[in-house]
Design a protein around this ligand. Structure first.
Ligand SMILES: Cc1cc2nc3c(=O)[nH]c(=O)nc-3n(C[C@H](O)[C@H](O)[C@H](O)COP(=O)(O)OP(=O)(O)OC[C@H]3O[C@@H](n4cnc5c(N)ncnc54)[C@H](O)[C@@H]3O)c2cc1C
Length: 368
């Protein structure tokens, strides 16, 4: 019998599996490939900068853990898999062109200053010298550089994790769906799946926006819902910008191979994962406004992903109270790529009965 069955092969499930295997556990993963593109594939891969003050806030602790883990995690994945995951401390520029965005940026600035995030106000000369593709006419109302913002390429990260797991002999079953739980008292002894019954010591549910449905039969009403995000991509021979450009909820992300991503929408449309004309038009207008040269280049690809949204913005991490061998790792909403290594560590520590580095109460699956 395996030590842990991971249900869901997105970034959260794969990262948990990778960490468990590193610690000597036997693991199997099932994934039903429910959507054309999962959130994990669709994501932009922005990793926000760390805060430098000590914090008792559970979410900040989880973010800090991930931030600490990220460079070493990527390096190891890269070495073991041979896949360049494109982790880079590229820096992020935050700009505001309109009154509303200027006010939100001022509020963000205040919080960054309290948190001790490294930042520098930048002027038009700096922008013209370092990011000449950006439209500075009319000039931005305000602009800041956060040098510690980083990026990673989510599809490459997924490929690297899959490669490492396969090389370690982990069975990854695709097109296999969990649809039933075989319980005995306070334990789940096996699960029913589309490829038969699987017996396991533990189960980790990492089914993203489908987690409510996955857990419903275990008498837990986990309020995780899908939130669609649309993305647009252009391709150039080399990068036309060098840092992430953020404005309000929208951003532009450069990749080292010349790809440029624009994102994203946040839409409450259930499990509809289609791109829309309106969504893409909005992203095109946003991107063209920042980089006029894009008007001459039509985008080459667009896609969506369904983020696992939780109502309080915190993920759900921990054991289910009524079933001691079922763990949940879901609801990461807009931060799943960033929080993946910390989540993997928490899940592995929980399974090993080790102390947890952050306050798990805040992430309890039973919180209201
Ligand atoms: C457009 C967009 C941009 C984003 N940008 C960023 C970013 O810049 N930085 C960041 O940190 N985060 C970002 N995110 C958020 C991040 O992508 C998500 O938080 C993260 O991918 C969630 O991962 P997951 O593994 O929980 O879920 P998913 O990726 O949804 O994976 C869940 C998997 O479970 C499988 N599954 C579901 N039900 C079952 C079942 N019953 N049996 C078997 N398998 C099942 C599904 O098929 C799926 O493969 C972005 C998301 C989107 C959509």
């Amino acid at each position: 019998m395996i030590d842990c069955l991971i249900v869901g092969g997105g970034i959260i499930g794969l990262s948990a599996a990778y960490e468990l295997v590193r610690r000597g556990a036997t693991v199997r993963i099932i994934d039903d490939q429910r959507s054309q593109r999962t959130a994990s594939w669709a994501a932009a891969g922005i990793l926000p900068p760390p805060i430098s003050r000590a914090t008792h806030d559970a979410m900040e602790q989880l973010r800090d853990m991930s931030h600490e883990l990220y460079p070493g995690w990527c390096e190891r994945l890269q070495q073991e898999s041979g896949i360049d995951v494109q982790f880079a401390r590229s820096g992020g520029i935050y700009v505001a062109r309109r009154v509303g965005e200027t006010a939100s940026l001022a509020a963000a600035l205040q919080q960054w200053q309290v948190d001790g995030v490294e930042l520098h106000e930048i002027n038009i000369d700096w922008i013209q010298e370092h990011e000449p593709a950006l439209n500075t006419s009319p000039p931005f109302r305000s602009a800041y550089l956060l040098p510690d913002e980083s990026t990673v390429c989510p599809p490459k990260l997924l490929s690297a994790l899959q490669q490492c797991l396969q090389d370690s002999g982990v069975q990854i079953d695709r097109d296999v769906r969990l649809h039933g739980w075989n319980r005995h008292q306070s334990r789940v002894e096996s699960v029913a799946t589309s490829c038969g019954t699987i017996s396991t010591g533990h189960i980790c549910v990492a089914t993203g926006p489908w987690s409510h449905e996955t857990l419903f039969d275990l008498e837990i009403d986990l309020p995780v819902e899908p939130r669609r995000g649309q993305m647009l991509m252009w391709e150039f021979d080399e990068p036309i910008i060098h840092r992430v450009i953020n404005e309000g909820l929208r951003y532009l992300v450069p990749r080292p191979d010349g790809k440029l991503l624009a994102g994203s929408t946040v839409e409450d449309v259930g499990f509809d994962d289609q791109v829309t004309e309106a969504g893409l038009a909005e992203l095109t207008q946003f991107a063209n406004g920042l980089i006029p040269a894009l008007e001459e280049h039509p985008p080459t690809q667009s896609w969506t992903g369904l983020r696992p949204f939780s109502r309080d913005g915190f993920p759900y991490l921990g054991r289910l109270p009524n079933y001691e061998n079922v763990l949940v790792a879901t609801g990461h909403f807009r931060s799943g790529i960033h929080l993946a290594p910390a989540t993997a560590q928490v899940i592995s520590d929980l399974l090993a009965g080790m102390p947890i580095e952050c306050d798990l109460q805040a992430f309890a699956p039973t919180r209201t």
